[in-house]
Design a protein around this ligand. Structure first.
Ligand code: PMP
Length: 430
């Protein structure tokens, strides 16, 4: 595969941008090698600057649920852009967006639009703190909620020790306010709430963890978290930046029948434009400025072009059967990968939830962060490159979920499985 132009661009980029990229995981640091630079994308495929085609299971990290360059989304963006790119005043599309969210996600009686998932989660925890008058936040190891200071924290040496910053620049005093739990551990959560439940403003969780590969909740786990929060007067925050509109039309709340107090969105809701949102019950959301005292704002928030892209995307995924079909595609891919791995004699298993999936180089089923960490990362990295050489682009890290789109047809999925047959053998023998 010729990658001359990508290589030349990456050399220039590294002298001008930290690591040559604008977001770390794109640099291929965990899998090794150099990233490719994309010229254009269409349906299930990316095309790089050297003319190579890749079947894409990253989908811009989640937004491209109907595939790249969908004509309806593109049309909405172009039509709206003709009227101006940003007004800094209210616009009608924001109202339609808030109505659409309230209809699809009943717990979001009111919504505030922002510009990224990071902004959504930062704003949600400010609201949780402001509304409860408490300071502590609970999060889970392996969950990612954007790069806000309070989230770049790992557990201290014991479950109830203060959090430890995972990035220089995060003040220790702030990290102290973040408590960290092990996902899918029922007793750990009970114990933590028993010991300091009355200090906890909110618990934030990816209801299906997509930032530690793909870890679905154990039966009753989300209900357990709901009950603990209710019992102790803390707010339950579902970070549905990844799962929203993807694991079901109504997201994880609909799929698992558990209602959160606050929900954050990103990715699909922007149709590929920079958009995030957070929403919840009216009495909570009304505490946000200007109707309430908790401040949060944005020059470009509710941007008309971004709203048009998101609305077009949300329209497309409301077609009856959309999510059933997406899930069937995910299952076909994951079943095929498991068979190919078995044939090659490689210990391998998958997890799937709706339109997202995880691949684990492990013989055992994986549903905790500790188990995900124990998988064979070196084998994943070899498999990643063997697939890339065969024109299939997987997330460039063993700890990221894969994303299916409605544009992945049977032929593309069959070609992926065929590529995997060779790639598993190569990953094994290397
Ligand atoms: N929450 C989750 C669950 C995410 O997966 C991400 C990004 N991958 C974020 C928040 C942050 O979103 P953004 O990158 O748009 O700031």
């Amino acid at each position: 595969m010729n990658t001359e132009r990508s290589h030349e661009l990456f050399s220039r980029a590294q002298t001008l941008m930290p690591g040559g990229v604008n977001s770390p995981v794109r640099a291929f640091k965990s899998v090794g090698g150099e990233p490719f630079f994309v010229q254009r994308a269409d349906g299930p495929c990316l095309f790089d600057v050297d003319g190579n085609r890749y079947i894409d299971y990253v989908g811009s990290w989640g937004p491209m649920i109907v595939g790249h360059n969908h004509p309806k989304v593109l049309e909405a963006v172009i039509d709206t852009a003709r009227n101006g790119l940003s007004f800094g005043t209210p616009n009608p599309l924001e109202v339609t967006m808030a109505e659409t969210i309230a209809r699809l996600i009943p717990s979001c009686e009111m919504t505030r639009m922002v510009n990224s998932g990071t902004e959504a989660t930062l704003s949600a925890i400010r609201l949780a703190r402001g509304a409860t008058g408490r300071s502590r936040i609970v999060k889970f190891e392996g969950c990612y909620h954007g790069h806000g200071d309070s989230f770049l924290v790992k557990a201290g040496s014991g479950a109830l020790t203060f959090g430890v910053p995972t990035s220089p620049g995060v003040p220790k005093a702030l990290a102290d306010l973040t408590l960290t739990l092990a996902y899918n551990d029922f007793d750990g959560a009970t114990k933590l709430f028993d010991e300091c439940g009355s200090d906890i403003a909110g618990l934030i969780v990816e209801p299906v963890v997509g930032n530690a590969n793909c870890l679905p909740p154990r039966d009753g786990y989300l209900r357990h978290l709901r009950d603990l929060c209710t019992q102790h007067g803390a707010l339950l925050i579902f970070d549905e930046v990844m799962t929203g509109f993807r694991v079901a039309l109504g997201g994880a709340q609909a799929r698992y029948g558990v209602t959160a107090d606050l929900v954050t969105f990103g990715k699909v809701i922007g149709g590929g434009m920079p958009v995030g949102a957070y929403g919840g019950r009216r009495e909570l959301m009304q505490q946000i400025a200007p109707s309430g005292p908790i401040y949060q704002a944005g020059t470009l928030s509710g941007n008309p072009v971004a709203m048009a892209a998101g609305l077009a995307m949300l329209e497309l995924i409301q077609v009856p059967g959309f999510h059933e079909s997406l899930e069937a595609k995910t299952n076909a891919l994951c079943d095929g990968l498991e068979t190919a791995a078995r044939e090659a004699g490689v210990p391998f298993t998958t997890q799937r939830v709706g339109g997202m999936f995880g691949m684990f180089f492990s013989a055992e089923k994986v549903d905790t962060y500790a188990q995900a960490l124990a998988c064979n990362t070196a084998a994943f990295n070899r498999f990643f490159h063997a697939m890339l050489d065969r024109g299939v682009y997987l997330a460039p890290s063993a700890f990221e979920a894969g994303f299916m789109s409605s544009a992945h047809d049977d032929a593309v999925i069959a070609a992926t499985i065929e590529a995997a047959r060779g790639a598993f053998v190569e990953a094994k023998s290397a």
